[in-house]
Ligand binder design. Structure first.
Ligand SMILES: [Cu+2]
Length: 362
């Protein structure tokens, strides 16, 4: 069956506003334009913040100032704590993490009443080196009991299962081991509620011998149940739907890219990461599939210049926000807030002069 559909460029440009016509946005919008009708669960539900799942998820933008955090900055925002040296010579890293309640915007015009660590979802990316002493002062500034459960090796007392009451404080202290990519999250019942509301973050323990230099990016796969029916309506990397489709991630050709990938998606048994235009170095494939809590450290580089999608290979997730773009160029354009419009290749399947294309759907 051949389906003809029209791409309305005026709507693209008007809707995207200051964001301009980023090629990735066009690509993602095309996905939406040819996709199935809105899913039933996305249309139902009576929550005030519920937006009808239309094909305009890419129009408009989420102002980072509104949320107080920016997904493009979260990628490379590593919190090493306040560093000092103990009398034994061991490195001490001290962190303060405050839990609170906050209305965040997860897609243009769609807000979610989140529970947050240090004002953001995901919480700060805690980074240290194996063998460091970590001292994390947790302050519960919310109206619900919460905790922090760290993955890794530590004593049962520091395992974060004891809820800290509202206004309470608890100091988690343990030595960082083993090296690798871990995560932390609230472990207060009901678990799924405390996680899906936003209380989680990445936790990187570097090896004593550092990994080779690379462009390092933290990506936390998450999702949001905006009508509280135990199904997700929006999916993302680092919270804001399509953020990296609107602002492609700039990398250099041949540059080693290292993604610290954490899946904390609640309600769905699996999530995944699929890379276009390249393969992972360690395991020669272009997709990893993960249960909740699973992590991968992915390394790859691009051979050819251009824009390359990365997205969940659960197609529904990608159409509901979990889709981004890498832009590989010789120099890299890290200073650019928005990538220039690239109306070519994957980024716009429509002919430049027309706006009407034919698509064959089996
Ligand atoms: Cu909690």
């Amino acid at each position: 069956m051949t389906t003809r559909f029209r791409i309305n460029r005026r709507t693209f440009l008007g809707g995207l506003g200051l964001a301009g016509l980023a090629g990735g946005a066009a690509a993602a919008r095309q996905l939406l334009s040819v996709g199935d009708p809105p899913t039933a669960h996305a249309q139902t539900g009576g929550h005030d913040n519920q937006m009808p799942m239309t094909h305009n998820m890419l129009e408009g933008d989420v102002d980072p100032a509104t949320n107080g955090f920016d997904p493009s900055e979260i990628l490379t925002d590593f919190d090493y704590g306040t560093v000092s040296t103990l009398p034994s010579g061991q490195t001490l890293r001290e962190f303060t993490i405050v839990a609170s309640e906050k209305l965040i915007e997860i897609a243009p015009g769609v807000t979610f009443p989140a529970w947050v660590y240090n004002g953001r979802v995901p919480g700060p990316t805690i980074r240290c080196t194996q063998g460091d002493r970590l001292r994390i002062t947790f302050i519960n500034g919310s109206t619900h009991p919460h905790s922090i459960h760290f993955h890794g090796i530590h004593s049962s007392i520091m395992d974060g299962l004891a809820p800290v009451p509202p206004s309470g404080t608890f100091v988690y202290e343990f030595d960082a081991e083993p090296f690798g990519l871990h995560l932390y999250h609230c472990h207060t019942v009901p678990f799924r509620r405390h996680i899906h509301k936003g209380l989680y973050g990445a936790f990187i323990i570097d090896a004593p011998t550092p990994r080779p230099p690379a462009k390092e990016l933290v990506m936390v796969l998450n999702a949001f149940d905006t009508n509280f029916d135990a199904e997700n309506e929006f999916y993302a990397v680092n919270t804001v739907a399509f953020s990296y489709a609107k602002r492609p991630i700039q990398v250099k050709l041949g540059e080693l890219v290292r993604v610290y990938l954490v899946n904390i998606t609640e309600f769905d048994p699996l999530n995944s990461f699929h890379l276009h235009g390249g393969m992972f170095n360690d395991e020669y494939t272009d997709i990893v599939t993960m249960g909740q809590g699973e992590r991968h450290i992915l390394e790859f580089s691009f051979t050819y210049p251009g824009q390359y999608m990365f997205h969940a290979h659960q197609s529904e997730f990608s159409e509901l926000g979990w889709l981004g773009i890498f832009e590989a160029s010789k120099a890299g354009t890290t200073a650019a807030t928005f990538a220039p419009a690239v109306v070519a290749g994957i980024c716009d399947l429509a002919p430049q002069t027309g706006g009407i294309v034919s698509a064959t759907q089996g």
